[in-house]
Write a protein that binds this ligand. Structure first.
Ligand SMILES: NC(=O)C1=CN([C@@H]2O[C@H](COP(=O)(O)OP(=O)(O)OC[C@H]3O[C@@H](n4cnc5c(N)ncnc54)[C@H](O)[C@@H]3O)[C@@H](O)[C@H]2O)C=CC1
Ligand SMILES: CC(=O)C(=O)O
Length: 310
């Protein structure tokens, strides 16, 4: 599978590296407004290939995206320490005006996978600019927040994160909703497993994990200026699920006709990912507080999209 990456900075390069290590792509093309950066990243990633899978890695202009099955969009600015994702919107929406047109001139019917923040509204911007079939334009959404949630719950219980099943929903950002009530460990409800293991999810534990998920990006950006490895791995995992037509369930952002009473809003819910992109949505069972929080998140995103005329 040929995968293009537009934006060869921290996120784009980490995605390329993860794609090369996992073999989720057979050909990777990096594009950036800095041709020198794209070339340097492509060369560096190519030097990992002899230790990993047989992947061709190159850099080029937009024309090099011809025939790309999936294009990851990671161009634009990231947060400065203390800055919210939503504060990036105007700058990154302006970047996408040119980027999406240039991508589609090179490859007219790709799957577009948006990583640029604020990822939900940028997904909506991309869907409108691209006009592709529903399910072919979506955002990484809360895939990273879900990974953070699973990691922290796993650490608390002393169980592998792969065996923790639960999702973060709504905005990839400050209003996101941790789906505690539906979380399971193996096939058992989280609270039951936590009690059996003597690791109850008390209000304090819950608040600590909530903060650890919601504030993770702020803390990491304070420490190293960006986040890249987690999202890079997440983007490669999404591409892998597309390439293998897996039907994997992941929390991803898609323009959705109606969520918690809010119409036409891009946000994350559990979605089924396969060869054509997103093929269905699995509406989770939530408790009353979670439904109210999801409605508030959806309303905030809708209001933000309204301001852009989306
Ligand atoms: N969805 C998620 O979970 C995450 C999203 N992000 C977001 O990803 C985006 C990229 O972050 P980083 O890679 O850290 O930033 P970065 O600054 O390292 O890389 C961005 C790249 O975009 C390029 N670029 C800017 N305008 C362009 C244009 N018009 N055409 C082509 N390339 C262009 C820049 O030259 C730069 O190399 C940010 O919006 C950031 O907030 C970051 C981490 C996680
Ligand atoms: C930067 C960002 O969106 C994250 O790490 O969650």
């Amino acid at each position: 599978m040929k995968v293009g990456i537009v934006g060869a900075g921290m996120v784009g390069s980490a995605a390329g590296y993860a794609l090369a290590l996992t073999g989720a792509a057979s050909r990777i093309v990096l594009v950036d407004r800095s041709e020198a950066l794209a070339l340097a990243q492509a060369q560096d990633i190519a030097h990992a290939v002899p230790f990993a899978s047989a992947v061709a890695v190159e850099a080029g202009g937009y024309e090099a995206l011809a025939g790309a099955d999936v294009v990851i969009l990671a161009a634009g600015v990231g947060q400065k320490p203390g800055e919210s994702r939503l504060a990036l919107l105007e700058r990154n929406a302006a970047v996408f005006e040119d980027v999406i047109a240039a991508v589609l001139r090179a490859t007219p019917d790709p799957i577009l996978l948006v990583a640029t923040n604020p990822v939900d509204v940028m997904t909506h911007v991309t869907a409108k600019l691209a006009g592709l079939a529903p399910g072919r334009v979506f955002g990484s959404g809360t895939i990273l927040d879900t990974a953070r949630f699973r990691s922290l719950v796993a650490h608390h219980l002393g169980i592998a994160p792969h065996s923790i099943h639960g999702y973060v929903l709504g905005e990839h950002g400050d209003s996101e909703v941790l789906g505690w009530s539906g979380a399971r460990v193996g096939s058992e409800p989280l609270a039951s497993v936590a009690a059996q293991l003597g690791c109850a999810i008390t209000a304090d534990v819950r608040a600590r994990i909530d903060d650890g998920v919601r504030r993770a990006a702020y803390r990491i950006i304070e420490g190293k200026g960006a986040t890249n490895y987690g999202i890079g791995a997440g983007l490669a995992r999404i591409v892998q699920a597309i390439g293998r037509d897996e039907g994997a369930v992941m929390s991803l952002s898609l323009v959705t006709p109606e969520v918690a009473g809010v119409q036409n809003v891009a946000l994350s819910l559990p979605r089924v990912v396969g060869a054509g992109g997103l093929r269905s949505t699995l509406m989770p069972t939530l408790d009353a507080d979670e439904i109210a929080a999801l409605a508030a998140s959806a309303r905030m995103l809708r209001d933000t999209s309204d301001a852009l005329g989306l």
